[in-house]
Design a protein around this ligand. Sequence first.
Ligand code: AKG
Length: 361
Amino acid sequence: MTTNLNQDWPEPIVRVQSLSESGCSAVPSRYIKPPSDRPNVFSVASPSMNIPIIDIYGFALDQDDSLRQTILNQISDACRNWGFFQIINHGIRGELLDDVRRAWYDFFKLSVEMKQAYANNPKTYEGYGSRLGVQKGAILDWSDYFFLHYLPSHLKDHSKWPAIPDFIREMTEEYGEEVVKVGGKLLKLLSLNLGLQEGYLQNAFGGEEVGACLRVNYYPKCPQPELTLGLSSHSDPGGLTFLLPDDKVAGLQVRKDEKWITVKPAAHAIIVNVGDQVQVLSNAIYKSVEHRVIVNSDKERVSLAFFYNPKSDIPIEPAKALITQDRPALYPPMTFDEYRLFIRTRGPQGKSQVDALKSPR
Ligand SMILES: O=C(O)CCC(=O)C(=O)O
């Protein structure tokens, strides 16, 4: 694959919000998915289905071993069988969740001209964007986004974050700090569940030097939601993702047994999903799971996807303790920097990258 992310976008950028607000009654052909990728009722699971909801409050109560074990078991089951779950009582104040989501919603409601000052390019993706991937002629998703670096600290640059609305930087900073704490806790739980030392995954992620970034997604109203997707099916390339979903509008769908489950978020829940790097480190005991976003014609939607990632330049490979004669290492070592070039170049493509990485056997 030839990759040149130093170039600019291959075509002039069109803001999906502008298309939506222009009142067009048909989705332009650039956004029309092939029939097999369109959301259709036959591929959607029963509306009563949901991803597991896990109350993790008790894990902080050191004295209650049986409660800790119950939580570990629930997380283990969710990681093995779903790759996706919601956590509640995670320690992040509900008010902060509501405020930071509202601030980002207000940012997207600014005029396109004001947001244009933050227009991004494929080199770092940082800023206001409207496409993932640089392939000319690609079919695009019905969404705009804002992408920013949170960790390592030397990549964090508040001057590249929106200055309006008031306090958006402070709120995003505080939210990031809280999610990073939750990320550290969950890596411990996952390590223990895999039978590894409590600090194994955190160390494998680079210890104190983990990476973290935020993509805030904005899905405008869409005149023909049945023809397109807000975000195409993909697994997340990084470690763990913490998603703050829209509290009023559903849209996230998770693949389970060839069907798509529409996630029903619990109040103030954070949705967690296993990324490709955890699949590699766990030697595929845990698997990243495909997900996508559907849009609708009468409501816009906002979500904050916080990616908790390994340090970008250290090799990530299956934990030695999880390699056996029956289950040899399924993946060769690769740094996250090398790995994420794929999605940055080709855009969301299901699970094709992590599947292609499997060592020949
Ligand atoms: O908007 C959502 O609910 C999901 C977003 C997502 O999957 C992503 O940003 O990678």
